[in-house]
Design a protein around this ligand. Structure first.
Ligand code: CP
Length: 306
């Protein structure tokens, strides 16, 4: 649809636009009353065909804190998808009721299809193993707030790097910043897909692969842990074999820098021991808060509200 901005992939945003969103997110924290009625009479629909806690609820909290309203569903079975309705028809209908739509769907590409069927902005809240751009905005804001920069960083990504859409989006975003090095830590079966490696090679970014978290830890500025995702496996035996490949605990953290930032998109299962939560380097709940601030900024941006 003409003149409508959507967010399907993080590369839909220029670096200047990402900087703008980060600035607005910081201004929202500094001057909350300036924003509390800014979306009055605007409605956000959250169409979640797949489970979510952070993405859906932070979008809803974001719209409510901007003075707007929310509607939607949190599982496919409570929508007419359960009766066989297509994503296209669902989105075309909801576009008659809401000013902006955030959606999550298990099928890769579903938000692209949706964006062709409605005149309201579509935000991809995660499509299968593909992309999760608002998680990436969350991650970039967290890194900027914790490190003061988005360049000159060694970023370790650990866990399920094959199916982890948050990892794919974060790599795509960060390879646009200067002097960022990636250390990819995963079991051999869950390595980053080839197309992501090709993208890193195209821009000449430095990256290495290892199966050892202990070996990688000492050089990292950021450690981005991820869950091995049961829902992406065809074979339960493989999931059980791989699910506890990496468990970050206080003993392992002795190998890390004092100013490491430990991130995780959450939900976590076993990959970060709860004893790590009180370590000053544990940033994953702060990250969840950043998600609300940056989604507020994104809603304003896509609605064209200054
Ligand atoms: N990080 C994230 O996408 O969390 P949810 O699945 O809870 O939305």
């Amino acid at each position: 649809m003409e003149n409508v901005r959507n967010l399907i992939n993080i590369t839909d945003l220029t670096l200047d636009e990402i900087d703008h969103l980060i600035e607005v997110a910081d201004d929202i924290v500094a001057n909350p009353t300036d924003y509390q009625d800014i979306c009055r009479h605007k409605k956000l629909a959250t169409l979640f065909f797949e489970p979510s806690t952070r993405t859906r609820l932070s979008f809803e909290a974001a719209m409510l804190e901007l003075g707007g309203s929310v509607l939607g569903f949190s599982e496919a079975k409570s929508s007419s998808a359960a009766k066989g309705e297509s994503v296209s028809d669902t989105v075309r209908t909801v576009g008659c009721y809401a000013d902006i739509i955030a959606m999550r769907h298990p099928k890769e590409g579903a938000p692209i299809v949706a964006a062709q069927k409605t005149v309201v902005p579509i935000i991809n809240g995660g499509d299968g193993g593909h992309f999760h751009p608002t998680q990436t905005l969350t991650d970039l804001l967290t890194i900027k707030r914790r490190k003061g920069r988005l360049n000159n960083l060694v970023v370790g990504l650990c866990g399920d790097l094959q199916f982890g859409r948050t990892v794919h989006s974060l790599i795509e975003a960060m390879l646009r910043y200067e002097n960022v090095e990636f250390v990819l830590i995963s079991p051999n079966e869950l390595r980053v897909p080839e197309y992501i490696k090709e993208k890193m090679n195209e821009v000449g970014v430095k990256w290495t692969e290892t199966t050892s978290l202990e070996e990688a830890l000492p050089k990292l500025d950021i450690l981005y842990m991820t869950r091995v995702q049961r829902e992406r496996f065809f074979n339960q035996e493989d999931y059980i074999r791989l699910k506890d490949s990496y468990i970050l605990d206080l003993a392992k953290l002795k190998l890390a820098k004092e100013d490491l930032s430990i991130m995780h998109p959450l939900p976590r299962v076993n990959e970060i021991s709860v004893e790590v939560d009180d370590d000053p380097r544990a940033d994953y709940f702060f990250q969840a808060l950043c998600g609300k601030h940056v989604r507020m900024a994104l809603i304003l941006f896509l609605l064209g509200i200054k």
